[in-house]
Design a protein around this ligand. Structure first.
Ligand SMILES: Cc1ncc(COP(=O)(O)O)c(C=O)c1O
Length: 401
């Protein structure tokens, strides 16, 4: 397969030299996504579901066509797609709308590799309801396995909240078996797919998951839009989280009724341009093919790991990861010092706890560096990264950090 060469599609590369290895935080935006949003603002910059005039119909059509397109991308039904302002708000919404079904006799299974956005909402549910928060034991490497999951699943488990892919270690959770086991024991599952949907085919029907969340800005779309997928039968039984305009059906003096899902979960003016932009990002990803996206990342990751493996004085925390994320540190160098060195070479990397402090505790480090690859990266980017890494290591070693 020919490696992808797509930098020309991303205008930010015209701004000057840039090796962008921080997609796990946010991806870059291709011209066609910017243009799709621009077209909305230039030709129909009005609200949806309200105006009784042609321009508002056009905007509504665009917005709802985007919902259909996004639903198709993960093999969901139209009514199962709720727009939020990001993965975090989708994950919070799942926890809040499911909370009424949880009490002190219940257990909630989570893991130490969850992003804070999928851990803290369930922590708070546990605090408010008295339910017990139970952690899946991780393997030595930091993986969730089916065997370890079986150790914590029991008849008291009410909900399982796990990530599809760790945003620090890049490990994939064996979801299919875990979902099967969850259902066999009568529980339901919430999946944080913020690092999954952008990188490979995710089919919610095949997975049979109950809830799943992801965001636009990690998959070439804009910031400010996220997706909550929920099985229709489940969404129908749940109450809205926020009340107000657009989600209402009829309002009376003492009470009100709501529209059906997904609208009862979308209060007020939605992120219209952002939803249209995300749909265009999906068109672009489709034009490349998700299998090619995955193969390209995998090629870059293998290439990078081969080079890093030969380096002394560098610790790789996830050498067996199956996704395009490399978590590492230069021995005895604080990642924040290292990252400024990379920045001088125009290499954008992430340093910190990556909103996953339990992973840092697990690795017993205050922070790590993280390089993450996507479709616009090339082998030249990896070469530049490895060269800079060698120089950084030599520099800090020589000055005695
Ligand atoms: C695994 C994971 N979950 C959730 C989030 C939160 O996403 P957002 O910033 O879109 O709310 C992130 C973002 O870093 C993530 O990597």
């Amino acid at each position: 397969m020919k490696p992808l060469n797509l930098k020309k599609d991303f205008p930010v590369f015209n701004e000057g030299p840039l090796v962008y290895l921080d997609t796990a935080a946010s991806s870059l935006t291709p011209t066609r996504v910017i243009e799709a949003m621009d077209t909305y603002y230039k030709t129909m910059p009005v609200n949806v579901h309200r105006g009784v005039y042609q321009m508002s119909y056009n905007a509504t059509r665009k917005y709802e066509d985007a919902r259909e397109n996004i639903a198709n991308f993960i093999n969901a039904d139209f009514e199962e797609i709720v727009f939020t302002r990001g993965a975090s708000s989708a994950l919070n919404m799942i926890a809040r709308i499911y909370e009424p079904f949880i009490d002190e006799t219940d257990e909630i299974i989570v893991s130490e590799i969850e992003h804070h956005s999928h851990l803290l909402p369930w922590q708070q549910v546990a605090r408010r309801t008295g339910a017990k928060l139970v952690y899946v034991p991780l393997t030595k490497a930091g993986r969730i396995t089916v065997d370890n999951f079986k150790k914590v699943l029991n008849e008291n488990t009410k909900i399982v909240a796990l990530t599809a892919v760790s945003n620090v270690l890049g490990y994939k959770t064996p979801l299919e078996e875990i979902i099967d086991l969850t259902h066999q024991s009568g529980a339901i599952i919430s999946i944080d797919a913020a690092q999954g949907v952008p990188h490979e085919v995710v089919d919610v029907k095949k997975l049979d998951c109950d809830f799943l969340a992801f965001s636009g800005h990690k998959m070439l779309g804009p910031t400010g839009v996220g997706v909550l997928y929920g099985k229709k039968a489940l969404l129908d039984t749940l109450e809205p989280l926020e009340y107000g305009g657009d989600m209402v059906d009829y309002a009376y003096k003492e009470n009100a009724t709501w529209k059906d899902a997904p609208y009862k979960f979308e209060t007020g003016t939605p992120p219209i341009a952002e939803v249209i932009g995300l749909s265009e990002a999906i068109n672009y990803l489709r034009s490349i093919g998700m299998d090619r996206v995955k193969a390209h990342e995998s090629m870059l990751q293998t290439y990078a790991l081969e080079a890093l493996d030969k380096l002394e004085g560098v610790t790789i925390y996830n050498p067996t990861s199956e996704t395009g994320i490399i978590a590492f540190n230069i021995d005895d160098v604080h990642p924040h010092d290292a990252v400024t060195f990379f920045d001088e070479d125009h290499i954008a990397l992430r340093a910190g706890h990556h909103c996953a402090q339990l992973v840092m505790a697990f690795l017993n480090v205050p922070a790590t560096l993280r390089a993450s690859f996507y479709i616009y990266n090339t082998k030249d980017d990896v070469d530049a990264f490895v060269k800079s890494l060698k120089e950084a290591r030599n520099f800090f070693t020589s000055v005695g950090f």
